[in-house]
Design a protein around this ligand. Structure first.
Ligand SMILES: [Fe+2]
Ligand SMILES: [Fe+2]
Length: 278
């Protein structure tokens, strides 16, 4: 049952972030993300400080369903038909829900690092867009007589982030420049597939997501380079070091080199990592 949500305006941006992450009801989480973003862009909200506005949650709030499984325990996804379509959209909705929490974590957790206001402008915009993506996929599920929570979902994304909670550059490297960049590789073929199956509504959702995600990766690359500049390090080797330390999967080709480069993630970052895997 969706509970009554209280989308009260937070006292500061940094105070709003943990409220969004902690919300277990998804409509409350989305409403809080909308409210906080709008108030921020009206310039009615101070940034705040992590020491005054409280710690970030260790884990995000989640509804009772879906059941969260280890990635290896996830059932194989059926292909084709309405069931396959629902399974795909359900898994994407789950990724977007995690993206909401991960983005607001990026806003709240590192607020003692003296970052310019434009850092918050970029990530608040992303935090709003991820909430929109989740809502859009929820609506698409409803059109197919399904709902978020009907199927199990995997529990790996938040953990991937936890290990970089101490280091903003590492966090940007893993979440934006590895995981979100992967979205740029796999989304265009998904759009094609949906179109070829005549599922134009899903294709439309994916096109919106793809367009926005290119910007998210671009913000990731921009702020990663900014941090490298601040400490006088070259971005490519630093990125590669973070990936080797904090990312256990492989960087798998084929890469969407064009979209990645347009986002500022040039092949010098990721090609050396792909080629060493045997
Ligand atoms: Fe997204
Ligand atoms: Fe994103």
């Amino acid at each position: 049952m969706p509970q009554e949500f209280d989308a009260a305006t937070p006292v500061t941006l940094v105070a709003g972030a943990p409220q969004i992450i902690a919300a277990s009801d998804t409509s409350q989480k989305v409403a809080l993300a909308y409210k906080t973003s709008r108030t921020w862009f009206k310039r009615d909200l101070a940034i705040g400080s992590p020491s005054l506005d409280g710690p970030m949650p260790e884990r995000p709030g989640r509804p009772d369903k879906p059941k969260l499984l280890a990635p290896r325990d996830m059932p194989k996804r059926a292909l084709g038909g309405v069931q396959g379509r629902v399974a795909l959209i359900h898994s994407l909705a789950h990724i977007e829900l995690n993206a909401v929490d991960l983005t607001w974590d990026l806003i709240g957790r590192f607020a003692d690092r003296k970052l310019p206001r434009s850092y918050y402008d970029d990530w608040v915009r992303v935090g709003l867009e991820e909430a929109k993506h989740f809502s859009m996929l929820e609506d698409r599920l409803a059109q197919l007589d399904a709902a978020y929570g009907d199927l199990p979902a995997h529990d790996g994304l938040w953990q991937a982030a936890q290990e970089t909670g101490h280091d903003l550059a590492a966090r940007l490297a893993i979440i934006l420049l590895v995981l979100e960049a992967r979205g740029l590789d796999i989304t265009p073929p998904m759009i094609e597939k949906a179109r070829s199956l005549g599922d134009l509504d899903t294709a439309k959702c994916l096109e919106i997501i793809y367009r926005d995600e290119k910007n998210h990766v671009a913000f990731g690359a921009k702020w990663f380079r900014y941090l490298c500049d601040r400490i006088g390090k070259r971005p490519e080797p630093l990125f590669q070091g973070y990936v080797r330390t904090h990312f256990r999967g492989q960087l798998k080709p084929p890469f969407n080199d064009r979209a990645r480069s347009e986002a500022g993630l040039t092949p010098g970052f990721y090609k050396p990592l792909a080629s060493i895997k045997g």
